[in-house]
Design a protein around this ligand. Structure first.
Ligand code: WTA
Length: 574
């Protein structure tokens, strides 16, 4: 059991939209949330309309929707301006013949153009596919190919990573830059936008029509395309209200990139559905820049990740004292376990509790959270939100009593639950293999007060700096290196990043272990796949432990690394 169980930080009762947690839970009905939307009457909807245009129609068009800055730009956009820009982009897409259901990818750094592209894509009823700008050739190709994307929005510097001749379905490349070289299928974003009308017909869709595909990693196979529908907005809106505690006049900053589900569900949808002013900071992480951003805009609600908080903690308190952070009212975290130590530190230096929230790409929105109105037990993910039933179940589907560790499972359905894994119905079914439940792949336990405590992943998925990395994808890249015969990849515990990627490698004949070779192999993954997938540690082995069916036993590699007993080896090859 967790020795921290006794510690409780009391709730900040002020200004919580959820009010008293217990009474809100009673009689909660998602149908009541739906009544907030314009589509409640007609049945037809579009998330982009509800997030942007609805505020204009309600006379709030002059409010600031987006505050953007990076090293070279500093811009603000009202809801009305975003309405016009996203209309223009919708028209640019329509001119190419793109229609409802088509997949349109965005592959570029965080800039206003990225957000305009996402909103415009949604307005025409197309399905957005966001990609991290750090992705290299193979990662980009796998995702475009699997989804059958017809268009991609990108920048000149990323263009060479898109292998057009290997992607027959990809017809249009929309390039955002000052100087765009003309070419077949190339559309210059700037000039196309300049020529497009700022009025557009919204594509009114059904609740179950496609909104977004987020590719994420599992323990086997290529990344899977997690498909979400417009109906998810009910959850985005509601959690924005009760978990992010968004209120009139809030300046909200989510630090995540839209390549990650946090950067869309909570970097775009939840804040704008609630009419908040959304801060986007481009460029890389730096403690001074981050604090400067909070001070400059007077950020009131701040959503980030444990890795970032640990790095801020590492940067010390001197840098904090140089900034005025008194605007902060509510601070939240997601992506990995939030260490109690970080919670205590946050309380000391920001004067605020850092509220941990648990959810996944597949769940589309927050499910288990620390609310403003909930007494906090540091180290716990909190409690399921109203309308969500969570439990710990065993592999047979039996609900386990408090303090027993097992599968963290959620009663199906909920509004933002994924609706399919693109092209892979079998994979989708695996999550729902126990009747009535979604099996998360996390292990956890619940205490007698209904708080959930995260224990780990049940599969081999690695969580490094909050990013999910499938070992299989990294291993597949590693064995493409001319020196590598076999590779097994695990997550090795790391104080700042949660886990780092460690690769165990056996070499081909004629290759000798060396530090240069390690560096070269790591670079090979960095250049071929992405920087966050590159192993930070490599260990050469003569042979890797394998099952008789030839599967590398990552569990044994992990036991070696942690100097733990290796357990049952009955399936090992020799
Ligand atoms: C992990 C992120 C502990 C977990 C939105 C989950 C967490 C995976 C927490 C999903 C948390 C997320 N405490 N672990 N509060 N939040 N995780 O899909 O293992 O990138 O299954 O979505 O991150 O990662 P994903």
């Amino acid at each position: 059991m967790n020795q921290l169980q006794g510690e409780v930080i009391s709730a900040v009762a002020t200004s919580s939209n959820l009010g008293d947690y217990e009474t809100t839970y009673e009689g909660f009905n998602w149908k009541d949330v739906e009544k907030e939307f314009s589509w409640y009457e007609t049945g037809k909807l579009n998330l982009a309309y509800e997030a942007i245009d609805r505020h204009v129609d309600a006379g709030r068009g002059g409010r600031t929707a987006l505050l953007y800055s990076d090293a070279t730009r500093d811009e603000a956009f009202t809801f009305e301006e975003l309405q016009h820009l996203s209309n223009k982009f919708a028209n640019v897409l329509r001119d190419t013949g793109i229609q409802k259901g088509d997949r349109v990818f965005v592959f570029m750094p965080r800039t206003p153009e990225l957000y305009v592209s996402i909103l415009g894509t949604i307005k025409v009823g197309a399905v957005v596919g966001p990609l991290f700008e750090a992705f290299m050739e193979t990662a980009v190709k796998d995702r475009l190919e699997d989804s059958g994307a017809v268009a991609i929005v990108t920048t000149p510097s990323l263009l060479s990573r898109i292998k057009r001749n290997e992607l027959p379905e990809l017809q249009h490349i929309i390039v955002v830059g000052d100087e765009v070289e003309p070419g077949e299928g190339i559309i210059d974003f700037k000039s196309a936008m300049a020529g497009a009308s700022s009025e557009a017909e919204i594509e009114w869709v059904d609740r179950e029509d496609g909104l977004i595909i987020h590719y994420t990693s599992g323990s086997t196979g290529k990344p899977k395309g997690v498909y979400h529908v417009h109906n998810a907005m009910i959850q985005h809106y509601y959690t924005g209200k009760v978990v992010l505690d968004l209120q009139e006049g809030d300046v909200y900053w989510c630090t995540a990139d839209p390549g990650w589900v946090t950067g869309t569900s909570y970097g775009i949808f939840a804040p704008w559905l609630n009419g908040a002013t959304n801060v986007i900071r481009g460029g890389r992480f730096s403690p001074a820049d981050w604090y400067e951003t909070i001070q400059k805009y007077g950020v009131t609600v701040w959503y980030s990740a444990p890795t970032a908080f640990r790095m801020l903690m590492g940067a010390g308190e001197d840098v904090i004292s140089k900034y005025n952070l008194s605007s902060l009212r509510h601070v939240l975290s997601v992506g990995e376990p939030l260490n109690p130590e970080v919670v205590r530190w946050g309380l000391k230096v920001y004067g605020k509790r850092i509220h941990d929230t648990w959810w996944m790409t597949e769940t589309g929105g927050q499910l288990i959270c620390n609310y403003p109105s909930l007494p906090m037990k540091p180290g716990s993910m909190g409690r399921p939100l109203p309308g969500i039933e969570a439990a710990i179940i065993d592999d047979m589907g039996n609900v386990l009593p408090p303090y027993r560790m097992g599968n963290l499972a959620i009663k199906t359905p909920w509004p933002s639950m994924m609706r399919k894994i693109w092209n892979n119905p079998a994979k989708y079914e695996e999550y729902f293999r126990i009747q009535g439940w979604y099996i998360s792949g996390d292990s956890a336990y619940m205490d007698e007060d209904g708080y959930f405590w995260f224990q780990g992943r049940i599969d081999d998925v690695i969580n490094s700096s909050g990013e999910r990395i499938g070992p299989f994808e990294v291993e597949s890249k590693l064995v493409e290196h001319p020196a590598v015969a076999e590779a097994g990849v695990i997550g090795k515990p790391d104080p700042t990043r949660g886990e780092i990627i460690k690769a165990f490698i056996s070499l081909r004949e004629g290759f000798e272990p060396s530090e240069e070779l390690k560096a070269d192999i790591s670079k090979f993954v960095k250049v071929g796949l992405s920087a966050h997938a590159a192993p930070r540690e490599i260990e050469f082995k003569d042979k890797l432990p394998k099952t008789r069916s030839g599967k590398i036993m990552r569990r044994v590699l992990k036991a070696w690394e942690l100097q733990l007993p290796v357990g049952d080896l009955s399936t090992i090859e020799d």
